[in-house]
Ligand binder design. Structure first.
Ligand SMILES: C[S@@+](CC[C@H](N)C(=O)[O-])C[C@H]1O[C@@H](n2cnc3c(N)ncnc32)[C@H](O)[C@@H]1O
Length: 253
């Protein structure tokens, strides 16, 4: 039986906890992050970085490509298990943004990929400030489809379900907090090599799809499959999906 969700808080909390059951699909299909965006948000002499809400380690992989030592923090057991399978030599701790199991000033930077919008922003920024050394940074990143490309915008519209919300986690007002210098935002173009089937598999890992009623999920995927089959850019074989990475950074006072 499907219980209608009426309470927004309950809905957010269900979405925030929806990822673990699909952890392997998540690891396979979600895009990585451009290294240029990571360089933009990290302090010059970073050595130890905390990946907060690390999931299956997509962002950790980029940090390691820059030669950084990473500690991952992730509340979901299923995601931590997949992280441990994919990156067995990186420590992954059970914790949340509001309660990080690390000592004061122990990180040069804290990063959050596709996760800051799940945090309780005030308490989380206080807790992130506690574990970040003065002059260190906090960097939040979001990958999203590049809606300036017409077929991508149309695909995005067709992706919506009754659970989708119009809020955009990566736009709107920047946070402000006494322990952080003013936040700044920047955008980085990015692509991901795709086929219609792998693109649909990614859509299926989005939280609004994970908790949508099964028949709505199937109908949405069928609609998208039909769109991709009739759109010239995506009808055959592999293509580059245009992505944008939105990044938000601040320095610890
Ligand atoms: C969309 S996934 C992103 C995972 C990974 N950072 C990436 O870029 O692929 C969001 C992650 O945030 C985690 N999360 C949700 N609420 C959180 C909180 N309050 N503190 C820390 N992580 C949280 C979820 O368990 C999930 O793994």
């Amino acid at each position: 039986m499907i219980v209608p969700v009426t309470d927004e808080q309950e809905l957010r909390s269900r979405r925030a906890r929806s990822f673990g059951a699909q952890a392997a699909a998540y690891a396979e299909h979600r895009p990585d992050y451009p290294l240029e965006a990571l360089r933009w948000g990290l302090p010059a002499e970073a050595a130890h970085v905390v990946d907060l809400g690390a999931g299956t380690g997509k962002l950790t992989e980029g940090l390691r490509a820059l030669g950084l030592r990473v500690t991952a923090v992730e509340p979901d057991e299923g995601m931590r298990a997949e992280f441990g399978r994919l990156l067995p030599d990186v420590p992954v701790l059970d914790g949340t943004a509001e309660s990080i199991p690390l000592p004061d000033a122990s990180a040069d930077a804290v990063v959050a990929g596709q996760a800051f919008h799940w945090f309780d922003p005030g308490p989380a920024l206080t807790e992130i400030a506690r574990v970040t050394r003065p002059g260190g940074t906090f960097l939040a990143l979001w990958n999203h489809d590049d809606m300036t490309v017409p077929w991508v915008a149309e695909f995005g519209e067709l992706t919506r379900t009754s659970i989708s919300r119009s809020w955009r986690s990566f736009s709107g007002e920047l946070p402000s907090h006494a322990q952080w210098e003013p936040f700044e935002r920047s955008h980085f173009r990015h692509t991901q090599r795709r086929t219609a089937e792998t693109l649909l598999a990614t859509v299926a890992t989005h939280s609004h799809m994970l908790i949508a009623p099964p028949e709505e999920r199937e109908a949405t995927l069928a609609r998208l499959r039909e769109f991709l089959a009739r759109t010239p850019e995506t009808a055959e074989g592999e293509f580059d999906l245009p992505l944008m990475t939105t990044a938000m950074r601040a320095s610890r006072r």
